[in-house]
Design a protein around this ligand. Structure first.
Ligand SMILES: *Cc1c(COP(=O)(O)O)cnc(C)c1O
Length: 223
């Protein structure tokens, strides 16, 4: 199967209004170019250096999404060009993104990552921390950051019921924040959930943005 036909196949399975992030991490430039030629413009990367060098080499109308765990000391490298940072998992990181965005003279779009999985290794705010953050309107401390919604990852497992209940939980948190704390903020409208193995469940549960890697580009070779 080619990247082009994989994309056609994925596109058939996701409604038009859902945003597709093609997760190109660990794949070479020519794979991205093939997806680009098939019409894709949104690519997701999880390493700062890899994303930045791809940004420099590849067409400038690509929207680069950072989907990995972002370290504060690397924020400055992506802030000048990144379209959306999916995995904001601490207030310390928000402080740094705001600072660097101010320096770069731009507003940086971010999603707050919520910890919904049972694995301890996954990152993100838990619901209590998130409510505390919103209740006290600490968002106003970061005027150079635009919070566009939430992102989450389900537990890595084959049990559809577990995945579904975690996605539903995230959707509930999203709706609660949207209706209580972000009523005035039209930009809070994205719920990033769903990957190659679970995007159909995610869409049923209200995802607005799916992040798909291996079903488009094949398996990754980590080095
Ligand atoms: C790698 C990655 C993906 C893509 O995973 P696939 O299973 O290859 O589709 C999606 N989201 C995040 C956060 C990732 O790190």
């Amino acid at each position: 199967m080619s990247i082009t036909s994989n994309i056609a196949n994925i596109r058939k399975q996701i409604p038009q209004q859902i945003k597709l992030v093609c997760v190109s991490k660990f794949h070479p430039d020519d794979a991205i170019v093939e997806a680009y030629n098939a019409g894709e413009r949104v690519f997701g990367e999880s390493k700062v250096q890899e994303m930045t060098s791809k940004y420099e080499r590849l067409p400038k109308d690509i929207e680069w999404h950072f989907i990995g765990h972002l370290q504060s000391n690397k924020v400055k490298y992506i802030v000048p060009y990144v379209s959306l940072i999916h995995g904001v998992d601490s207030e310390k990181l928000l402080v740094e993104i705001d600072k660097q965005a101010h320096k770069a003279g731009r507003i940086v779009n971010c999603l707050l990552q919520v910890h919904i999985a049972t694995e301890e290794t996954k990152f993100g705010f838990d619901e209590t921390e998130l409510l505390d953050f919103c209740q006290n309107n600490r968002i106003k401390n970061y005027p150079n950051v635009q919070i566009c919604g939430l992102m989450g990852m389900a537990t890595f497992c084959s049990d559809k019921n577990i995945i579904e209940s975690e996605f539903k939980q995230l959707k509930n948190i999203f709706e609660k924040l949207k209706s209580v704390y972000f009523v005035q903020n039209q930009s809070f409208d994205q719920l990033s959930m769903g990957m190659s193995d679970d995007f159909s469940i995610a869409i049923e549960c209200g995802s607005t943005m799916v992040r798909i890697g291996s079903s488009i580009f094949g398996s990754r070779i980590y080095n």
